[in-house]
Design a protein around this ligand. Structure first.
Ligand code: SIN
Ligand code: MN
Length: 268
């Protein structure tokens, strides 16, 4: 799937791009069917909310679940990444499913991902980005991602290491800076059905609030980096910040449903 010049311009201007309904209901059934089993796993890659057994994030899922192994090589996610990062040689810096569980999903404080990628992992440049796919609907109530449009143009902002407010450490931005950025750019929260894609720059300032609704807000994130921008510090384990820089080879566009369809037609 190729982005149009207008979509590329919009990404560069605003720092993000929202594409509703990119994956079909059939494909989303395959992806969502695997999620309860993934969150039920007791393993270090599945992080729980603070003081609760609700899942917060499942990391590195592309290495331990066959459905997500395919998604991590899907051309509808990888091709726009290659266009926006200006290289066909991309590797997966991080891969995770964030749960934002019904009634229990806690906040993500305001931050830029590149702050963490730079400070913890020594990634040389912000030539890395996130491609998110909504597994469940994100609506105004269930803690959608919030962006400050155009904040990616400010470069890497000063951040403090937050190791207390949630179960996951993050380099976060203070309230004074956020107040100043919001006065300039406002806040947007792209909302949409399962199968929608949200692409955003490594320096985009973002956050999400808690989820008090009965609707879990599952999102899968591919953090793609250029192979020539690989990290140089290996403080975080490979399942959080990948130490392997092999370029991703894409699969056919129907990879998620091809086996299921093959089996169905064989049975007919
Ligand atoms: C993140 O910023 O890494 C996650 C935010 C979210 O899923 O709400
Ligand atoms: Mn983030």
């Amino acid at each position: 799937m190729k982005l149009t010049p207008e979509q590329i311009r919009q990404f560069e201007e605003e720092g993000y791009l929202f594409l509703p309904n990119v994956f079909t209901i059939e494909e989303m059934d395959v992806l969502n069917g695997a999620v309860p089993g993934i969150f039920a796993e007791q393993r270090q890659e599945v992080i729980r909310e603070k003081g609760s057994t609700s899942p917060r994030s499942a990391f590195y899922v592309q290495t331990w679940n066959p459905v997500y192994e395919k998604l991590a090589r899907h051309p509808r996610l990888l091709e726009p990444g290659a266009q926006l990062l200006g290289s066909d040689k991309l590797y997966m810096h991080q891969f995770k499913i964030n749960a934002k569980a019904a009634f229990d999903g806690a906040v993500w404080q305001w931050h830029q991902d590149y702050a963490t990628w730079h400070q913890d992992d020594d990634m040389p440049n912000p030539r890395a980005m996130n491609i998110a796919l909504f597994l469940a609907e994100a609506n105004e109530f269930n803690g959608p991602l919030m962006f400050i449009p155009r904040s990616h143009r400010k470069g890497r902002l000063e951040a403090g290491h937050d190791v207390t407010t949630t179960s996951y450490p993050l380099w976060t931005i203070n309230n004074e800076t956020i107040t100043r950025l919001v006065a300039e750019g406002g806040i947007v929260a792209p909302k949409g059905p399962p199968g929608s894609m949200l692409l955003f720059h490594g320096n985009m300032v973002h956050a999400s609030s808690s989820n008090l609704t009965p609707w879990s807000r599952w999102i899968v994130y591919l953090s793609l980096n250029r192979c020539d921008n690989a990290i140089r510090r290996f403080k975080r384990p490979t399942w959080i910040a990948n130490h392997e820089f092999t370029p991703i080879e894409t699969l056919p566009d129907d990879c998620l449903i091809r086996d299921a369809r093959g089996r169905r037609s064989a049975a007919e």
